[in-house]
Design a protein around this ligand. Structure first.
Ligand SMILES: C[S@@+](CC[C@H](N)C(=O)[O-])C[C@H]1O[C@@H](n2cnc3c(N)ncnc32)[C@H](O)[C@@H]1O
Length: 251
């Protein structure tokens, strides 16, 4: 088994999802997570979308504890698989998935009101190629996504964690870059965008150093819609950086 093959115990049980790990004497372990718990209250509109669509397109967290759980099986067809991490309210997810009816898109978002908004957007757009999970995407990339299985990976405006003491919570680190690269199919592209200059620099430094990847800063990806976070960044005078890195083909 390679370093980044999905980790399963010999009995087929996946390790515990974050927030469920306990120490030997039963205490909850502290973990460095890339997100903080935000409010989970729904607006009436979000509740309506959740009630209408969650059962169809949102995967309950416990489902991934089943040793037989597999992402591609969520779609009932064979199609290239794309992962988006931190899909927020689904503005990019839905626009990009609508333009790719022949691809399946799994969006990871731990913030439930955002998931509810996304469900509403999927419903309005009439898509059948998006599924949402609220399980930690870092854990999921390690334990649910098969090596060399992704046709693309999208990470737009990841939480910047701009205080120096919080930098360790940023998603794009050398360890995560290695893991993410291992999940891309050879030739597949990881697209990223951020409105924080020092995070953009960190992304370039980390991704340039990852031997499985090649790429760098690119022109704004025209297909990517302008999201709430991009608008906020622009309004605050921050420059937007888009990056694209390709998984190298085997030598
Ligand atoms: C700043 S928002 C950007 C949302 C969206 N991509 C956009 O461009 O508008 C980042 C989102 O990533 C989510 N997130 C951060 N770390 C995550 C993780 N490990 N797994 C799933 N979602 C995560 C947060 O909940 C948050 O909604």
């Amino acid at each position: 088994m390679s370093e980044h093959a999905p980790h399963q115990q010999p009995d087929g049980v996946r390790p515990a999802r974050p927030h469920h790990k306990l120490t030997g004497d039963g205490r909850r372990m502290r973990e460095v997570l890339t997100y903080s718990r935000r409010g989970s209250r729904f607006t009436p509109r979000q509740q309506q979308a959740w009630d209408a669509y969650a059962e169809r397109w949102w995967v309950p967290d416990e489902a991934v504890d089943d040793p037989g759980f597999a992402l591609p099986a969520l779609f009932g067809r064979v199609a290239p698989l794309i992962v988006e991490i931190g899909s927020g309210i689904g503005e990019s997810t839905v626009a990009l998935a609508a333009a790719r009816p022949d691809h399946d898109v799994v969006a990871f978002e731990v913030w439930r009101p955002g998931v509810a908004d996304t469900l509403g957007r999927i419903g309005e757009a009439g898509l059948s190629n998006v599924r949402l999970l609220s399980v930690d995407a870092v854990w999921s990339m390690a334990h649910l996504v098969e090596p060399e299985s992704l046709a693309a990976l999208w990470v737009f405006f990841p939480d910047p964690w701009h205080k120096t003491k919080h930098h360790k919570r940023r998603l794009v680190t050398p360890d995560f870059a290695r893991l993410a690269a291992s999940r891309l199919a050879p030739g597949a592209t990881w697209r990223l965008a951020t409105d924080w200059a020092d995070y953009a620099e960190q992304m370039v430094e980390v991704l340039d150093a990852e031997p499985l990847l090649e790429g760098g800063v690119v022109e704004r990806w025209a297909e990517r819609p302008v999201t709430k976070f991009e608008r906020k960044g622009i309004a605050a005078g921050r420059a937007i950086t888009d990056l694209a890195y390709r998984r190298r083909a085997p030598a």
